[in-house]
Structures are given as C-alpha cells and as structure tokens.
Design a binder for this molecule. Structure first.
Ligand code: F6R
Length: 604
C-alpha cells in the first residue's frame, strides 16, 4: 500500500507530483504529502496533510520547485494524522516510504532518537537511520546502503538530502519502483500509471539496488557499488486515455469495458478455436506433468481461482486446491515436482501472493501466474505468465480483472484437458466457441442494467444480506458478496444454499434480503427448495435466473442470458457487480475509493 513518486528536472515538480499522486491514490488515500527542494534555503520543504490528494493540491498551490518527492498513504504504523503523513524529515534526510519496517523498534532504541521523532511511523526511523550514517561521511549512497542493510521488512524509498539539489535517491526491497525519463527530467513512482505519460519506455528498479536520479537520468548500483544497467520495457497500455470517459465512476466504466477486454483476452490466446499460449511462450509441459494444482491468490483474484477449480477438476480431472495467499506458507503445504502453482493477481504486487509464489518455487513447484500488470513483481518471479488484457483497473473494487482472470482459467482448462487427452480437438473447439459467446452474454447483462438498478433499491436500507447458490453459482456469489460489502458497507455472506440450514438460517428474518442465483440446470430443483426455506422465514428474495431455466415454481427478478451451465459464471458476476455498484452509488458513497481499502496490498 501507499504510493510514492519523485521527479527532478526542468519543469514544475509540484504539478508532476500532485498529478501522479492523484493516479496513485488507489494505493491508499488516508493522507498525502510532498517535499520540494528549496534552492534558496538549500533544504527540502515538506507540505503534508491528512485527507485526499485534492486537499494537498489546494494546500500546495503556491509551492514551487523542480525537484521533489511525494506520497499517498494507507496507514499501517500510526493513525491517520498530519504528523504521520509522509514525507518524513529527520536531520538532513527527507523521505517517502512504501512498505513495512519490521525492526523499527530496535533501530529506534539503538539510535536513541525517541524524543526527537515527530510521528508514530516506522518510516521516520528510516530517515533517522540514514541521517545518522550520512553525518559520518556525507555520502548519500553509503548512508542509504548501510541503513537499508540494517532494515528488515519491505520498502520502496524516495529520498532527498538537504544541501544536494536536483537529486533524488531511490532504493527498493520487494515494494516496486518504476522509472522513466524524457527531455524534461527523470521520474520515479510506485506504478507506471503515475508517470507513463512522460515516456513510453521505462524500467523497473531492480531489487536491492540504489538509483541516483538527477535531471539527466539514472545511475544505478547494487549494494557493492557495481553499476547495474536496467532492462528497458515498453509501455503497452494507453495510459494517456485513461479518464472516466463520461461515466460517474471508474467502476461503472470498468464493468462496461468487460465485453471488450474479455474478448481481447480470449482472442489473443486462441487460434483456430484452439487455446494458444505461444505468444506468451508458456512451457506447455507443465500441463502434461502436473498431477495437482494449487491456486494462490487473495480476495477477488482468489474467487477467480475457485471458478478455475470447478472447471479444471471437471474437465482435466486434476485435483485443485485454492489457497488464501496469506495462509499458504504457514499451512505446511504439500508441494512436489508434480505440483503446478497458479498465482492470480491483478496488480502483480500483492505481497502475500508474491511471497507464497517464491515459497512454492523454493520448494520445487512449477509456477504459472495470471497477472494484469505487465512486468509486475509476481509476473517477474513466475516461471510462466499469462497476462489478462483488462487494461488499467482504477476502481478499488476489481471487476474486469476478475472476469478476464476467469476467462484465462477457461483457456487453461481447455489446454490442459487437450494435452492430457481428456478432450478431443473437436470438443476443445466446441468449448472455445462457447467461451467466445461470453462477451456478448456480458453485454446483454450490461444492456439490462436499468432493471438491476431498480432491484438494487431493495438493498439500500439493509444491514445484512445473504446470497445463496449451488455449484458454480456459489463461487460467483462469494465474489458478489465481497463486492457488495466493500463498496456499499452492507454486511453480506455468500452460502452454498444447502449449507444455510446448518446453523446460519437462524439469522434469516424479514430484514435480511436474500439474493439467489440460479444458473445450474441440474441443481435447479434443489435451489428452488432452498429459496422457499428462506422465504418461509420472511426473507425477501431477489432472484437472478438463467433465461432457459425460468420456471413457474419461482419468480424471476432478472433473467440472465442463456449460456451453457459451465459458462454462466462471467455474465452472472457482471449482474452482481452492477447490483453492488448501484447500491453504493445510490447510497452516495465514494464507489471507487471505499473506506479503509487500497487497491494494491503490499503489506502482509
Ligand atoms: C476486491 C479486490 C481485492 C483484490 C485482492 C488481490 O475488489 O480487488 O480483493 O482482488 O486484494 O489483489 P491482486 O489481484 O492485485 O493481487
């Protein structure tokens, strides 16, 4: 969490920093701040405040400079306050930090600086430590290297030194920093989205490397002073055209983009209606060799893994376990050379998923990651990567990343089933043809969104809701429930319908609306009975039913488009995303930036 940015050059640094921080706000929006180098006084001046970047923008209107660093915070150590906002200045050192310093307490005691600290953050201690070393021989590089060697935890740091104008230092361990330059100067940021408009060529700062950044560019060394030439990457997202394009919120825009991004994800990985990963140079022997699959991910990405489990187990007959990344390493997982670990991540930076991936690799697993952000840490750490073509996802609540991840699982299923000889070429082609129908089915749901909007009124005053479904509908509802919780603040629980009566049905009253999903033909009669059970306890039920399954036994509130049962998950979740979206926007909430959240979770 937290976003950092830095710029040194010939233009207005405040403008570059504030604009970049607005883009980085998805990483945290508790407070924000910048430091600008003041050439008259030869010091870095800090301006920071609790609240959104828009407030900082107001507060810094008169500030000027051509070199500076900035930060947008998701609070970890220390409450949300002006003092705990970044940048932190200690002595001659001013810095911004993304990550967590685990041994901050022992460093604080060792330095004996407690009474001099102005904040409760772990980050200020790093400034104090670098400053302590800097006082010895006034070498910024040596001071930074000595300090970061003592730190345990994760960090991306942007650092300025009083007395050294036009220069920023950047250093990273795990937490990302990307860099680019143009004739106007040099730029660093947590994410290319914040600085991609300045150049199409960029690089990722290697881990455990220090970059000296001045107007002319970058000089990078490892911790032994050996120069490193970074690998240049080409930006392939249209970052310049990234506004809301008339939608009130990014979330609605991103929901509506799903037909095209799902289609792109499928089309670029199929040829002649066969799955084709040759563009990404996937080592296809992993599908032949694997005898068990472990999916590792968090939140929404993990729910995509549950769709993958349903498909892979059914068509490829390979047992699949889906694991929360944060628990994986600590659960003594069974890994052998026949284990294929599939990590799923939109950002490619979720620390729990990244650490679990590294653990699985160390223990001999084959690895494949499904990632949206090109060149991200998870993509780099994985032996094989399939990228989703969702494009930049700005709303904190994930929508198009999820459905493109699910689309990739369909492709993996078809490929693995074919390689294992469990599906003939004709069957695979038929499967892919059905997959190709998904974008238009999703479009039909989007076209019917006014009906979903009306249904959302039934949830506006609810405090608790339940969502019930069976088979493939259950993982879809886990995702639907997460969406509703995170953006509308209504408590929601998804249940496999048959399980509800084993205790939780005690919570059903006329004040707990129930959302029921019915897309699985063979489970229809059982699901109808489960709906009757909650209705007879007073619950108002909102039903989403696949058109061809509509039946007199149960009223249908929203008819989902017809697709084969195994292909309903994506159109159905789109309806649920819209439901959550309308509840949140009609409640007047900040749909794109729900409270307490950040889009990229870089702390464990
Ligand atoms: C919810 C949401 C999160 C993320 C999770 C993993 O809408 O977006 O649950 O799915 O934090 O993030 P990534 O996919 O970036 O690893």
């Amino acid at each position: 969490m937290c976003g950092i940015i830095g710029y040194t050059g010939y233009s207005d640094a405040r403008g570059v920093l504030i604009k970049g921080l607005k883009t980085l706000e998805y990483r945290g929006y508790d407070s924000a701040g910048i430091a600008l180098y003041n050439k008259n006084k030869n010091v870095a001046d800090v301006i920071k405040c609790k609240g959104r970047v828009a407030l900082l923008d107001e507060k810094t209107k008169d500030a000027a400079g051509t070199c500076g660093i900035g930060h947008t915070r998701w609070a970890t150590h220390g409450s949300v306050s002006d003092e705990n906002s970044h940048p932190h200045k200690f002595g001659e050192v001013t810095l911004v930090h993304n990550g967590i310093i685990e041994n901050f307490n022992s460093i604080k005691n060792q330095l004996g600086v407690e009474s001099m600290l102005k904040s409760d953050t772990d980050s200020e201690i790093v400034a104090a430590l670098i400053n302590a070393y800097y006082q010895k021989d006034k070498s910024p590089e040596k001071a930074i290297i000595k300090a970061v060697k003592e730190i345990t935890g994760t960090f991306a740091l942007g650092i300025m030194f009083d007395g050294i104008e036009d220069t920023i230092y950047a250093v990273r361990n795990v937490s990302p920093i990307v860099c680019c330059q143009n004739d106007d100067g040099a730029y660093i940021a947590s994410d290319i989205m914040a600085i991609g408009e300045y150049s199409d060529n960029y690089f990722i700062l290697p881990e455990l490397a220090v970059a000296k950044v001045d107007r002319n560019g970058f000089f990078i060394t490892d911790f032994h002073g050996k120069e490193i030439k970074p690998k240049m990457l080409k930006l392939d997202w249209d970052i310049k055209n990234n506004g809301k394009t008339g939608f009130p919120f990014y979330m609605e825009k991103e929901i509506c983009e799903q037909p095209s991004v799902i289609e792109k994800t499928i089309k670029s990985r199929t040829s002649g209606d066969m799955p084709d990963f040759s563009g990404e140079k996937i080592d296809e022997s992993i599908f032949e060799k694997c005898e068990n699959i472990t999916v590792i991910a968090c939140g929404t990405a993990m729910h995509a893994g549950l769709i993958g489990k349903h498909l892979i187990e059914k068509y490829c007959k390979i047992p699949v376990s889906v694991n929360m990344a944060s628990e994986y390493m600590y659960s003594d997982p069974i890994i052998n050379e026949k284990t294929l670990v599939i990590c799923v991540s939109q950002s490619g930076e979720t620390i729990d998923t990244l650490e679990a991936l590294k653990y699985a690799k160390r223990n001999g697993a084959m690895t494949l990651s499904i990632v949206n952000v090109r060149g991200s840490s998870i993509a780099q750490a994985s032996d094989n990567v399939i990228y989703t073509d969702a494009g930049p996802e700005i709303a904190v609540a994930s929508t198009k990343a999820y459905t493109t991840q699910a689309a990739v699982f369909y492709l993996i299923t078809a490929k693995a089933a074919y390689i294992k000889g469990l599906m003939s070429k004709d069957k695979v082609r038929d499967f892919i043809r059905q997959l190709n129908e998904i974008p238009s089915a999703v479009q039909k749901v989007i076209d019917g969104r006014n009906e979903i909007h009306k249904l959302s009124n039934m949830l506006l005053t609810a405090e608790h809701t339940f969502m019930i479904g069976r088979g493939l509908d259950y993982p879809t509802l886990l995702e639907a429930s997460l969406k509703l919780k995170e953006i509308s603040y209504i408590h929601s629980e998804a249940f496999a319908s048959g399980e509800l009566k084993h205790g939780t049905i005690a919570l059903i009253t006329d004040k707990t609306p129930v959302i029921a999903l019915l897309t699985q033909e063979r489970l229809m009669s059982k699901q109808v009975s489960n709906i009757k059970e909650v209705q007879s306890r007073g619950a108002q039920v909102i039903t989403f039913i696949k058109s061809s399954l509509k039946d007199e036994a149960i009223k249908c509130d929203f008819a989902l488009p017809d697709t084969a049962d195994d292909f309903t998950a994506i159109p159905a979740v789109c309806a649920m995303q819209l439901l959550a979206y309308y509840v949140s926007s009609d409640k007047g909430l900040d749909v794109d930036k729900p409270r307490n959240l950040a889009k990229v979770v870089t702390v464990e």
